[in-house]
Design a protein around this ligand. Structure first.
Ligand code: PFF
Length: 452
């Protein structure tokens, strides 16, 4: 007999896990830099609107399908299919989710590995191991492989321990730590010279940047940030008790995700301008603020170096923050293929974790060895194409294929009067029409279908 299905022990446990999945490198790194490049608060406002008007309804689709089906994405979509065509569509979407979640994890582990290496570096310096410290920030293939392996190992260890003892326990421990570290760093950075210019760049809206591509960029960011499309939220919803109100929990997850992204902006932008004050170049040759890996791996470390001994501790706090944010997200990605392997291939949790984890690490290694040709490609395929298209497919399932009375029945669990709420008056139309049309339009625009 197979082991009973895992479940979160409380709604706080679910909230920490789902918010942990949502809050990741996308919030602390992606969001602030995109905001800085796209007109500061103008981007923030568009992002907030999209997060609540587009991403939240799509999140609700995943959570509701997951809790109803109590199974992984493939099984869940097969379950609500009504005929051979929707079943085929369900299989494609379900397996698509597993593949895209695995691809996202394969590049995410590399980047998160950098965070772990940079976290180890100040310790090496404190211990006087200068050569090791240099190697840790060298960017060599060996360093990348070792730290992607360490990070993947951490992710696998948590997932192997199961839903309650692994995912829930670690998320509940790490999410408060993340918030404390973030706030401490903000307080410190805001007292440094130059910080106020960063705050101004972030918070004073410049609507001259407003454009269609800003909206697309904000939408992509919202989808990535809320971990949508690939079944992470679906599988977390499937471990949730039926006594909880889904619309409320979904709204809280969105609020925490958006709140932490916004708060991270109060750290990253001021830190960049403090770095500039201390003599570091923060603008690329194009005149734009440096945003990619150079920001985290060069600009900020250069800043920490100017801070003397305090800088070592600031660096430790910062890269601990990044590592924590990464690991609570990576576990949610790994759970997608692992849950499928447990439920459909009948593997034990430990075997499934080891097998899937090693396959994904093999993909990470392939990317590391062919970094210049594969890294950006895998990010683009998985997040610019995979996530939005799968997000549309899931909205079509919730809005068109799944029977409306069944959807209402599921939502009523834990929220008896949902039928008379504004949510129920608006949401079904949203997932039916507004979400697919808007996501597809934005997607078409981003891949250039409307241009030229
Ligand atoms: N939401 C994560 C972040 O903002 O970094 C990234 C992510 C996690 C994407 C899980 C997709 C996913 F399934």
């Amino acid at each position: 007999m197979s082991a009973p299905r895992g479940q979160f022990s409380s709604n706080i446990g679910f909230l920490m896990a789902a918010a942990g999945s949502a809050v990741g490198l996308g919030n602390i790194w992606g969001f602030p830099t995109k905001a800085a490049q796209n007109g500061g608060a103008a981007f923030v406002v568009v992002y907030l609107l999209l997060a609540f008007l587009l991403a939240y309804p799509a999140l609700m689709a995943e959570l509701t399908i997951g809790r109803h089906a109590r199974s992984n994405m493939v099984q869940a979509l097969r379950g609500i299919s009504t005929g051979p065509i929707s079943r085929l569509f369900g299989n494609l979407t379900g397996f698509g989710g597993i593949i895209v979640a695995s691809l996202i994890l394969s590049f995410y582990s590399i980047v998160a590995g950098w965070m772990v290496a940079y976290l180890a570096e100040p310790f090496a310096r404190l211990l006087g191991a200068g050569e090791i410290a240099n190697w840790l920030t060298s960017g060599s293939i060996g360093r990348n492989l070792l730290f992607a392996a360490i990070f993947s190992g951490m992710t696998m260890a948590i997932i192997a321990s199961g839903v309650e003892k692994g995912i829930e326990r670690w998320s509940t421990l790490l999410m408060p730590a993340l918030i404390i570290l973030l706030l401490l760093l903000i307080v410190y950075v805001l007292t440094q010279p130059g910080a106020i210019t960063g705050l101004e760049t972030y918070l004073i809206p410049d609507f001259s940047h407003f454009s269609w591509s800003l909206v697309i960029s904000a939408m992509g960011q919202a989808f990535f940030s809320l971990s949508l499309g690939v079944g992470t939220m679906l599988i977390y919803g499937s471990y949730l008790s039926q006594q909880e109100s889904l619309p409320r929990l979904g709204a809280l997850v969105t609020l925490i995700d958006v709140g932490i992204a916004f708060t991270a902006g109060l750290l990253i932008l001021p830190a960049m301008y403090v770095a500039q004050e201390a003599g570091t170049q923060i603008f690329a040759a194009s005149g734009e603020l440096i945003a990619g890996p150079d920001l985290i791996l060069q600009v900020l470390p250069a800043l920490f170096n100017t801070m003397g001994t305090a800088g070592l501790f600031v660096a430790i706090a910062f890269f601990a923050l990044m590592t924590i944010a990464s690991v609570t997200s990576s576990i949610s990605m790994l759970e997608v293929p692992v849950a499928f392997s447990i439920e459909n291939l009948k593997l034990g949790r430990k075997t499934a974790t080891l097998l899937v984890g090693l396959i994904i690490f093999a993909i990470s290694s392939l990317i590391i060895f062919n970094f210049d040709s594969l890294f950006v490609l895998v990010i683009s395929i998985s997040t610019e194409y995979g996530q939005p298209l799968l997000g549309v497919a899931l909205c079509i399932f919730a809005g068109w294929i799944w029977r409306r009375d069944e959807v209402l029945k599921e939502l009523k669990k834990g929220h008896e009067n949902i039928g008379s709420t504004l949510f129920w008056k608006i949401w079904p139309w949203y997932v039916r029409l507004v979400c697919p049309v808007l996501i597809l339009a934005a997607f078409a625009q981003s891949v250039g279908l409307f241009s030229g």
